[in-house]
Every structure is written in C-alpha cells, then in structure tokens.
Design a protein around this ligand. Structure first.
Ligand code: DAH
Length: 339
C-alpha cells in the first residue's frame, strides 16, 4: 500500500498538462470517484489495524498533495490563457496623444539653427530692461523721435525701467561684456504698447543677430542675408534691400524676399508687389560700438533683427496673429516638427 502511495505521489509530481482538457483528464484519472487515489481509499479497508494509522495519514497526505497540485496547475493555465486572449496582434495600437511644438518655437529654432550653422551662438537678455540697453546705448538720443517708433511699456514710477521693445538690447549687453569677435543670435520675447488685433499684439518675438570683428563689411551682411533667406524659404528665393533708418545702424536697410506665398507673381499677402519685407538690418553705428566699449576704429559689424511671427506667417500663412497666443490645440496640433 505504501509503495502504491509513493508511486502515485511521484506521478503527481510529474503532472504536466498542456491545457485545461489534459488537466481535466488528470483529475478524472486520479481524483474522481473512480480515480486511482479514490481506489486506494477503497483498498484502505483491507489494511491491517496496526498499519491503519500510518497508511491513513499517508493516504490523506497524498490526496491533499494531489488536490493542491491540481489547483496550482489550474491557476497557472488560467493566467496563461487570459494572457493569450489579451494578445490580439491584429488590434490597432492605443492612440498615444503626442504633443506638438508651438509654431513660433519651430520657426525660432529653425532661424537659430541656420545661424548656428555659420558660427553664431545664442545670447539672451532680460525682458524687463533699462532705458540704456533698449534705447540710449543703441544711439537713440534723449527725446529723439525714433523712440516713438516703438510704443514702450514703462514700469510705473520707474521711467528708466521698461519692457524691452526689441531684442537689440541683447546686442549692447553682450558688447559691454565681450570684446570681438562677437557672433551672436538672440531670440526672445518683446513688448509694445499696441492695441491687439489680427496684425498687432502687445507682445511678440524677435531674433537679433550681431557680428562684430575686424573688417566686417556690407558684403558680409549681404552674403549672410542671402544665405539665411535661401535656407529659410528655399533656394529659389531672391532678395532685395531697401534703404531704411534705424538709430543703431548706418547705413540701414530693410530686406525683402520674393513672396513665398505666390512665388513673386503677386498676391494679397504681398499686396501684389511680389515682394515681402522680412527684417531690418545694417552696419552697426560706430556710436553704438563706442557706447559699449568697443573701439570703432578697429572693429566694425553688422546687425539684423526679425520678427518670428512675421516669418511664421510667411512660412505657414497664419492670417491672425492672435492665434499664436490663444492656446487652441486644434491650431497648435497642425504643426509637426522634428525640432
Ligand atoms: N530692432 C529693430 C526693430 O525692432 C529691428 C532691427 C533693425 C534690428 C535693424 C537690427 C537692425 O539689428 O540692424 O524693429
């Protein structure tokens, strides 16, 4: 009897059903009423009285072991089965809501990348500025009407502290601290006291570029403008310069490119001229260099500044400036970018 019990115990340890059908077969073979373990209980009657205690104990142990093992195997098969049922390879993937970069960030990054490729490095300055860095150091004389070109936000009771109206202020900050060669690109937010409409906002974004070294000439500026325009808007882009005025550059110019939207044929965006203005530029006025502690007899430079919103409008034809700050995800979601 004890030998039979041991034999079945060994078999129980070796049970390895592949699926619930085999498991059920095992249960019937061993634990059903006609199963081999139940049969042993029938045989138990014939066991002599002095053996009954030991054999009975072993028999009960066998039954428990077999039942435990059966439960264990059933649980394992059940989990395997649910896991398999969950794996439906034909099912489409869960949609992952991916964020998108803000169009202004995409364009700013693109502008910065184009200038970084020719050796410019990023410089930044504060948005709350003083009069010196925004105006005086840049050759805006006190009471000069050019100060009115940009409607300034002043901090109450502190007429010297203002919100910067352009990123040109970063030029003077960098020049005060660094001797040439200087080759910087300065992206940032600027503020002007303007009524908000589809084409004006009280804050917007600019990128300023400044290059100061020995022998920097107008030809360098021109080459840089042509390189930038073609990188940004495509190699078919043509450029033209119109004379202009800025207090901090002499001579000054505004850069037009062939209209990116109609390809130069004439459309509503370029007011049928085929050209659109994209930035202001010029040779750094020697006064500005001197104001910032750079010897204008040794060094010269060029500067340029552009509005990120304007470049973005041209690239993506966004007609209403206010869209950029309304945080409407339907609008923002339309812009996909690797940068
Ligand atoms: N700061 C000018 C503006 O906000 C843009 C500008 C014009 C920047 C000419 C320059 C420049 O560096 O040379 O309208």
């Amino acid at each position: 009897m004890l030998d039979k019990i041991q034999k079945i115990l060994d078999e129980v340890a070796a049970w390895q059903p592949k699926d619930s059908k085999e498991l059920e077969e095992i249960r019937i073979k061993y634990l059903s009423k006609k199963g081999s373990i139940s049969a042993l209980f029938n045989d138990f009657r014939e066991v002599s009285n002095d053996q009954k205690k030991v054999v009975g104990m072993k028999l009960n142990q066998l039954k428990d072991t077999a039942q435990d093992r059966l439960n264990e195997l059933k649980a394992a098969l059940d989990t395997r089965q649910t896991a398999q049922e969950d794996l439906d390879f034909s099912r489409s993937a869960y949609p992952l809501p991916l964020g998108t970069r803000h169009p202004l960030s995409i364009v700013r990054n693109e502008i910065v990348r184009i200038f970084q490729n020719i050796g410019f490095t990023i410089a930044e300055g504060p948005e709350i500025e003083d009069d010196w860095h925004v105006f005086s150091s840049l050759n805006f004389a006190p009471e000069h009407p050019a100060r009115d070109m940009q409607d300034t936000f002043f901090i109450e009771q502190h007429p010297d502290i203002i919100l910067r109206t352009h990123t040109s202020s970063v030029q003077s900050r960098v020049m005060e601290k660094t001797q040439p060669p200087i080759r910087i690109i300065c992206p940032g937010r600027v503020y002007r006291n303007e009524a908000i409409s589809y084409r004006a906002h009280c804050f917007f974004h600019q990128v300023e570029a400044l290059y100061v070294d020995k022998g920097v000439s107008y030809a360098d500026l021109l080459q840089t403008l042509e390189y930038f325009s073609k990188e940004m808007f495509g190699s078919q882009t043509k450029i033209r310069l119109r004379p202009s005025y800025f207090p901090f550059t002499e001579p000054s110019a505004e850069l037009d490119i062939t209209c990116n939207i109609c390809g130069g044929k004439g459309c509503a965006f370029c007011k049928n001229t085929g050209w659109v203005e994209i930035l202001g530029c010029g040779m750094v006025d020697p006064n500005v260099l001197e104001n910032c502690g750079i010897d204008s007899k040794v060094y010269s430079g060029f500067a340029l500044g552009m509005g990120v919103e304007r470049i973005t409008n041209l690239k993506y034809q966004v007609k209403d400036l206010r869209m950029f700050s309304e945080n409407d995800v339907r609008f923002l979601g339309e812009f996909q970018s690797a940068y």
